[in-house]
Design a protein around this ligand. Structure first.
Ligand code: NAD
Length: 480
């Protein structure tokens, strides 16, 4: 069985303990590879390598650094099919989604920050005729980057690319549920000639390998994407050590449909924003609010289209919804469907496991599920489910829907559908979310700030925000 290896000091290595964990193919429900069960010793080795490499990498001419990162992007493009297949097998997502979204975005991340770093300039402030201030930004040191399982290579590169581009060396840990493409990525880094120790990838469990990264005194900056509960633990460890922290956490995003919307566009996109990647995207709109005049028509049409979705083998090009990432996660999602019924909800469609014949009969498949009849306050509508499950609720006024939308402890993203520009501005201004999409969803420009309010996180990724995060600013004031 294939053994995934750590990538430390430029070499693919076994964990020092020699221990491995099972890695599942969620579409088959079977172990298909092994992953290092790394611990603090492996993390220590990775930090030493990263520290050793820092002087060379941080002082390298920015063009040369960018060149190496762009070479990695080119290798990702070359291996598109191989990486897409690996992502689909490891995560359960349809291979066509991995081929069209996940892997192209991984190379785009590398290219975006590589080229961006060449335009990253120091600021200067002229204080009348009395002084000149300039702000030098230097790489913060060894950065710790920890990513989740839903968009494995996409989010892994979204963190490490700005860190490396800013001149940091990195100790990174992908999710233990989806380690494969980060492993393949480490092979591409070697092929691209990334100097030893610049990027180190330590595989393993969050509480063991992940926690060792967070606690390490020589890692001054942590960039984390994952659940809010984990984010809280990380903040509790890192805050007293005064580490720089970027936290991208969970969401419970509202999708608001006004009666004056372009219904066809709203329906087509809402199906995607509900069920893409099995609903396992932090930006999925899991609470759909529809203005009362349109409610019945919207629900009927939305349910009809939901029933037309194909749940099945992720490697089949016709599949819209693949497998959930793990049995434990599938059971968590199922428990919320039971809860929704206990809370008085009606399962209009879906709600059950799907048996896919043949190779995938042991896989973790669920029907896309639509629930109506719930209040916005119930647990089903307040807690993140992170699966192919949406609720639909009617509303009468703007004030009412704003109160519903803002009623959770999360504030990641919101989508709204209206042809009325004034309303779009007014509602956007009052939504307590870091990212608002008007008449679209997941339409990304990598220069824009990305992140959440409230318990959806701290800080913003993307564009200059990401490059600045991985640097320390030093102001020099020269009295004239
Ligand atoms: P998770 O919090 O369980 O794990 C995320 C990562 O943290 C994994 O690599 C895990 O091993 C590691 N980890 C766990 N405990 C740790 C600890 N004590 N110290 C250090 N590392 C630790 O999240 P998940 O289940 O992998 O991902 C799903 C969650 O991620 C959802 O809540 C989703 O909304 C969120 N998410 C947010 C964004 C965003 O941009 N805001 C993007 C994608 C996913």
């Amino acid at each position: 069985m294939q053994k995934i290896q750590n990538y430390i000091n430029g070499e693919l290595t076994a964990p020092v303990s020699g221990k491995y964990l099972d890695n599942y193919n969620p579409a088959e429900g079977k172990v298909y590879s092994l992953i290092p069960d790394s611990d603090g010793v492996d993390v220590q080795n990775a930090v030493e390598a990263a520290n050793e490499a820092f002087a060379l990498w941080s002082s390298m001419a920015v063009e040369k650094r960018a060149d190496i990162l762009q070479r990695i992007a080119t290798l990702i493009d070359r291996d598109l099919d191989k990486l897409a297949l690996a992502e689909s097998v490891d995560q359960g997502k349809p291979v066509k989604l991995a081929r069209s979204v996940d892997i192209p975005r991984a190379s785009a991340n590398m290219r975006f920050f590589a080229t961006g770093s060449m335009h990253f300039a120091s600021e200067a402030h002229i204080t009348g005729s009395e002084a000149v201030n300039y702000t030098a930004r230097a790489a913060v040191g060894v950065a710790g980057c920890i990513s989740p399982w839903n968009l494995p290579l996409y989010l892994f590169t979204w963190k490490i690319a700005p860190a490396l581009a800013a001149g940091c060396t990195v100790v990174a840990k992908p999710s233990e549920l989806t380690p494969m493409t980060a492993f393949l990525f480490s092979q591409l880094c070697i092929e691209a000639g990334l100097p030893n120790g610049v990027l180190n990838i330590v595989h393993g469990l969050g509480p063991r390998a992940g926690q060792a990264i967070i606690e390490h005194p020589e890692i001054p900056a942590i960039s984390f994407t994952g659940g809010t509960v984990t984010g809280r633990k990380i903040a509790a460890t890192a805050a007293p050590m005064f580490k720089k922290l970027s936290l991208e956490l969970g969401g419970k995003n509202p999708n608001i449909i006004f009666a004056d919307c372009d219904l066809e566009q709203a329906l087509t996109t809402s199906i995607l924003s509900s069920f893409s990647n099995q609903g396992e995207i932090c930006l999925c709109g899991s609470r759909i609010f529809v203005e009362r005049g349109l409610y019945t028509r919207f629900v009927d049409e939305f349910v009809k289209r939901t029933r037309q979705m194909t749940v099945g083998d992720p490697l089949d090009e016709k599949t819209n919804i693949g497998a959930l990432v793990s049995e434990a996660h599938m059971n968590k999602v199922l428990s919320y469907i039971t809860l929704a019924q206990e809370e008085g909800g009606e399962i209009v469609t879906g709600g059950k496991k799907v048996k896919v014949a043949g190779r995938c009969e042991g896989g973790y498949f669920l029907e896309p599920t639509v629930i109506t009849g719930l209040s916005h306050q119930c647990r089903t509508n307040q807690e993140e489910i992170f699966g192919p499950v949406v609720t639909i609720m009617p509303f009468d006024t703007e004030e009412e829907v704003l109160a519903y939308a803002n009623s959770t402890s999360y504030g990641l993203s919101a989508t709204l559908w209206t042809e009325n520009l004034k309303r779009a501005h007014r509602v956007s201004a009052q939504l307590k979310s870091g990212i608002i999409w008007v008449n679209c969803w997941l339409f990304r420009d990598l220069r824009t700030p990305f992140g959440g309010m409230k318990q959806s996180g701290v800080g913003r990724e993307g564009g200059w925000d990401a490059l600045r995060f991985f640097t320390e600013a030093k102001n020099v004031c020269i009295r004239l």
